[in-house]
Ligand binder design. Structure first.
Ligand code: SAH
Ligand code: AVI
Length: 332
């Protein structure tokens, strides 16, 4: 855990230390004994996985990051116009590059009145990026929360009004019921003047979507396979990464890209800490991620189901990505 003196203005609270191992054991026992084998995507993000994701963000095929950043750069003055001092709570903050566009749009003197609260499962990414942010904005207070926002939202301090931000279309990495559940739990923490800025990746031609998850340098493949390194290290498993191929395709019926690891031979994997042996036939897959894509209609339906309404919509000229501002239904 990162320890900082009060003068450093960074505090990091880790709510996963005691539960990470038991959660992992339960998720993997269940996931690898199901008919369709599955590993939850939050396990991508160890220190190496977080670095690989940063690399993905600058790939030419991965249009999402630069498109969302372009929307933020163009719209941040508008978004922050009536912003008064509040907390900025960022879910799945990762490298926290995007929030800088919002901080840059606030008057520098007001940074002292803002507490930035990054929430992420990756302690390494959260600590590294918080230190960088503190160097950029020396007046800013930072309270990092290492937690699974799907399970431990109550660990995010509530009280004064906040601007919640959830960039990158990470909401798409969860199933619809969980997306709505998360939005509802954020809505329940929103004060009357709180706002919520949600980044979503829009449906577009299949070729563009599939190239974004099958980059020519193979970084996404490395990111996908790295989840097996996490199991090897944390559970003494013996996955041989060369026995798996990366697979990512767009499922138009479900409006999602699906990522899998496909066994390229018959294998038997020993997972020592679970006392489990997992047989896999050549061609069988482990499902590692869904990346949901949105239309204006599906985004509005999701928000409405969570008791939120869309107050403003920001997008790029091609309509490839959107930043949706959400407010509580009872506020006009
Ligand atoms: N917001 C950044 C990073 C997106 S990557 C961007 O837009 O570029 C997704 C981030 O969400 C990772 O940092 C990952 O560690 C985090 N994450 C994934 N699932 C999570 C969960 N259930 N709870 C908290 N953080 C999660
Ligand atoms: C973090 N998340 C929004 C990324 C996505 O596009 O769904 C994760 C990712 N997976 C493969 N490439 C990027």
């Amino acid at each position: 855990m990162y320890k900082a003196s009060a003068s450093e203005r960074i505090e990091v609270l880790n709510y996963m230390k005691d539960t990470f191992q038991s959660d992992l054991r339960r998720d993997i026992s269940l996931g690898l004994t199901s008919a369709q084998k599955v590993i939850p995507s939050k396990y991508f993000y160890d220190a190496r996985g977080s670095r690989l994701f940063e690399e993905i963000c600058s790939l030419p095929e991965y249009y999402q990051t630069r498109t969302e950043l372009s929307i933020l750069k163009r719209s941040s003055a508008h978004i922050m116009r009536n912003f008064r001092e509040m907390d900025i709570v960022e879910l799945g903050s990762g490298g926290n590059l995007k929030v800088r566009t919002l901080l840059d749009a606030c008057c520098r003197t007001s940074h002292a009145g803002i507490c930035y609260v990054p929430v992420d499962v990756s302690e390494s990414a959260l600590v590294e990026s918080s230190i960088q942010l503190r160097d950029f904005y020396p007046e800013l207070k930072i309270l990092g929360i290492v937690a699974d926002f799907m399970k431990n939202i109550e660990n995010i301090p509530a009280g004064r009004d906040s601007l919640f931000v959830f960039f990158g279309s990470t909401i798409g990495n969860f199933y619809l019921m969980d997306r709505v559940g998360l939005l509802k739990s954020v809505a329940a923490r929103m004060g009357p003047d709180s706002r919520f800025l949600l980044g979503i990746d829009m449906i577009k031609p299949t070729g563009i979507l599939e190239r974004a998850y099958n980059d020519s340098r193979g970084v996404t493949a490395e990111f996908n396979k790295n989840i097996l390194n996490v199991l090897n290290r944390e559970l003494n498993a013996c996955f041989d990464l060369s026995h798996f191929d990366h697979m990512a395709f767009y499922n138009a019926d479900k409006e999602q890209v699906e990522m899998h690891l496909r066994a390229n031979r018959n294998i038997l994997v020993d997972i020592e800490r679970l006392g489990l042996q997992v047989p896999m036939e050549k061609g069988e897959t482990i499902h590692t991620e869904i990346c949901g894509k949105f239309s204006r209609k599906s985004a509005a339906a999701m928000a409405e189901e969570a008791g939120l309404r869309i107050s403003r919509w920001f997008t790029d000229p091609k309509g490839w990505f959107s930043l949706v501002e959400l407010a509580r239904m009872d506020r006009m």
